[in-house]
Design a protein around this ligand. Structure first.
Ligand code: SAM
Length: 232
């Protein structure tokens, strides 16, 4: 099978798909709270300390609408926050937030790295389009503050292990062994507290012909090999 490298994947019509939902709000029926099960701003409010802003990083932030709304509410309530959104496509909604409280960055998450730890890291329906999903999950876990929270939408069906077998169950077990949580019903992966995530897989490449996943949108399958050769 011909698998795609990151540069090819990022030019794929599946990743640059204009029909994908890039405009979720912070809350409501098309809101981040519905997807991750809590209002990110509520979590940040619990983390603000005098002299220490609460920090939220949103991976694959789309238009950044949810982040702009959070920054606006934080400003009106006098909350000290630092919010960073990263997306491959720099078509962000216009905003007038102070750049110390909100930064929307056009970059690929295959090579972008943050400069500080975060209390909250989210990735709402972004991993479906990323090549090395497990690599990004591991990096995000390492970018957390010591007691931070990472939560991301993840369909295990979009992860393939080259030697086949019952991939989904095996991956769920390996994620748990690495200290992550996986909620099968909500299809959410989470990490509580900064962690070095060591998963026994080596990324091989991506397939943009996977077809729709549970979201109904065409997604990207990510292929891995066992890091230490085939398991017995
Ligand atoms: C379905 S949209 C979700 C956007 C936003 N989280 C929301 O829920 O409104 C997926 C986003 O992932 C972004 N994306 C895909 N691959 C990426 C990559 N390698 N690096 C950064 N962003 C990426 C796309 O540009 C797109 O904006």
């Amino acid at each position: 099978m011909d698998l795609l490298a990151d540069e090819q994947l990022e030019r794929s019509a599946v990743v640059a798909n204009c029909r994908m939902n890039r405009e979720r709000s912070l809350t409501g029926s098309n809101g981040y709270d519905k997807e991750v099960g809590f209002d990110p701003l509520d979590l940040l409010k619990g983390r603000v300390d005098p002299g220490r802003p609460a920090a939220w990083l949103d991976l694959c932030c789309g238009t950044g609408r949810a982040l702009i709304q959070a920054a606006r509410t934080a400003r009106s309530e006098g909350l000290d926050v630092e919010i960073v959104g990263v997306d491959l496509v720099g078509m962000f909604d216009r905003h007038d937030a102070d750049p110390t409280s909100l930064r929307l960055v056009e970059a690929s998450l295959s090579n972008w790295r943050p400069e500080r730890p975060f209390d909250l890291i989210t990735c709402v329906h972004g991993l479906h389009y990323v090549g090395d999903k497990l690599g990004l999950i591991a990096r995000a876990a390492s970018w957390l503050a010591e007691d931070g929270l990472f939560v991301a939408s993840l369909d295990l069906q979009n992860l393939k292990i080259a030697d086949g077998g019952s991939t989904v169950r095996r991956l769920a077990t390996d994620l748990r062994r690495a200290g992550l949580e996986y909620d099968r019903k909500r299809r959410l992966v989470a990490c509580r507290g900064r962690r070095d995530v060591d998963l026994p897989y080596r990324y091989v490449g991506a397939d943009d012909r996977a077809g729709p996943n549970y979201t109904g949108q065409p997604a990207v399958d990510s292929y891995y090999a066992d890091a230490d050769g085939p398991r017995r």
